[in-house]
Ligand binder design. Structure first.
Ligand SMILES: [Zn+2]
Length: 162
């Protein structure tokens, strides 16, 4: 599938991958970007990352959104890729992104706790990694039934947002 919308999204994705690489996050460069219109199954859903962090699925309709939303959503998915490719490393606690010192013992326990992070924590890790890579805050804009990410403004991600 090639059209101008997928070209736009590929260009933004390449920019995001480069920004992650500049901050020392190498994994998004290895993820495959695929287009899947069914990812746009609600007004605020445009993309998803497979649980192995190997593939980012994006609905072409994302290209119809403002640039700051395209950038924020693709950077959020790149944040999921980086997180999922580093089991046990990234956490979001007390409003802050934390990185684990990997212990020589107890690593399995650490990874199990990481796998059991709440959905909210997983989503906040993705946004926080995106913010580090872009050097800008990601907020949420729109009405309450349809909040979407936006680089540079918006409110904090509400708890329980899916
Ligand atoms: Zn997410």
């Amino acid at each position: 599938m090639t059209d101008s919308r997928t070209d736009v999204l590929e260009t933004v994705w390449e920019h995001v991958v480069e920004r992650f690489r500049e901050q020392g996050f190498a994994h998004p460069a290895d993820a495959r970007l695929s287009f899947d219109p069914t990812r746009h199954d609600s007004c605020r859903h445009f993309a998803a990352t497979t649980t192995d962090g190997a593939e980012v699925l994006v609905a072409p309709a994302l290209a119809d959104m403002p640039y700051q939303t395209m950038l924020a959503i693709l950077a959020h998915e790149a944040g999921h890729v980086e997180d999922l490719c580093c089991p046990g490393v990234w956490w979001f606690r007390n409003g802050r992104l934390l990185r684990s010192e990997f212990p020589s013992k107890g690593a399995r326990k650490l990874v199990r706790a990481w796998e059991e992070r709440s959905d909210d924590e997983v989503e906040r890790v993705a946004d926080a990694l995106a913010e580090v890579a872009l050097g800008q805050k990601i907020g949420y804009v729109g009405h309450s039934g349809c909040l979407v990410q936006f680089v540079g403004r918006g409110k904090k991600r509400p708890t329980g947002l899916r």
